[in-house]
Design a protein around this ligand. Sequence first.
Ligand SMILES: *[C@@H]1O[C@H](CO)[C@@H](O)[C@H](O)[C@H]1NC(C)=O
Ligand SMILES: *[C@@H]1O[C@H](CO)[C@@H](O)[C@H](O)[C@H]1NC(C)=O
Ligand SMILES: *[C@@H]1O[C@H](CO)[C@@H](O)[C@H](O)[C@H]1NC(C)=O
Ligand SMILES: *[C@@H]1O[C@H](CO)[C@@H](O)[C@H](O)[C@H]1NC(C)=O
Ligand SMILES: *[C@@H]1O[C@H](CO)[C@@H](O)[C@H](O)[C@H]1NC(C)=O
Ligand SMILES: *[C@@H]1O[C@H](CO)[C@@H](O)[C@H](O)[C@H]1NC(C)=O
Length: 235
Amino acid sequence: MTKTCFQDAFLPSCFIILIFLQLLPTVVHGNGNVTFDVIGPNEPILAIVGKGADLPCHLSPNISAKDMELRWYRDKFSPAVYVYERGKNVSGEQMEEYRGRTTFLIDHIANGTAAVRIHDVTVFDNGTYHCYFQEGTYHKEATLWLKVAGLGSQPRIRLRDDKDKGAQAECTSAGWYPRPRVKWRDFRGKVLPSVTNLSVSATSGLFAVISNVKITDRVTEGLFCFIVNPLLPEK
Ligand SMILES: *[C@@H]1O[C@H](CO)[C@@H](O)[C@H](O)[C@H]1NC(C)=O
Ligand SMILES: *[C@@H]1O[C@H](CO)[C@@H](O)[C@H](O)[C@H]1NC(C)=O
Ligand SMILES: *[C@@H]1O[C@H](CO)[C@@H](O)[C@H](O)[C@H]1NC(C)=O
Ligand SMILES: *[C@@H]1O[C@H](CO)[C@@H](O)[C@H](O)[C@H]1NC(C)=O
Ligand SMILES: *[C@@H]1O[C@H](CO)[C@@H](O)[C@H](O)[C@H]1NC(C)=O
Ligand SMILES: *[C@@H]1O[C@H](CO)[C@@H](O)[C@H](O)[C@H]1NC(C)=O
């Protein structure tokens, strides 16, 4: 259309056509009138520190995403967690933190389903992600939430005799995320008053626990230290 109008050198109608094209809805583009929605999980995805986590998204309707641009990103669009373009991954646009730590799952890409698998999950993977699908100039995205949980080591109890504080039992454990809850109980199940210190490792972001209770005659028959991750049922 524009070509003809330039050949005719009939500028006013040429402008009208161009303006009209601009006003058409964005669903109309070079590859035909394809529209779609991108759907991700409604609920946050629970991932365990050191394990893998899948971040799946799919198209509705379930058209093929094989020739689209697919991008999983966090705060910034680029560099991203993973970028796939027409059958190829674009490693130049991948964040340093995810190099060698992602697999792209494309078995069902003909159905519009794809996922990024993050290996060896760390605390720093916790947060919000977006999956972005683009076909021509048309694009949509969905938001995903990754909730990272660290189940710490088995708590250890040792007895210590502190000159200032008297006899104490100390419970230690490391590898928790997010902030764990610590509780002491005696053999009857009664909660005991305790002093708990939590510290965060700068390298792993995981919490370590040191918790103390005073030992009195009444508690010598049995002492239990409980550490609970608010995201997990165990311990
Ligand atoms: C575009 O939409 C029309 C009707 O809305 C439909 O008949 C036609 O098949 C569509 N074309 C493509 C390429 O999807
Ligand atoms: C992605 O790139 C890596 C190298 O950067 C390569 O080993 C891998 O096979 C590629 N994956 C796909 C799906 O192209
Ligand atoms: C599309 O998905 C259905 C089930 O969701 C599956 O049975 C079918 O094999 C898939 N087709 C392709 C081409 O992946
Ligand atoms: C979409 O998925 C349904 C079943 O889940 C399948 O019957 C249908 O063929 C799929 N459509 C496309 C275009 O893959
Ligand atoms: C971890 O991510 C979840 C989901 O995005 C978020 O709700 C939560 O606040 C994050 N936790 C921390 C400690 O940042
Ligand atoms: C808790 O930490 C503070 C400061 O890091 C320290 O002074 C205190 O002795 C610790 N308490 C216990 C019970 O470890």
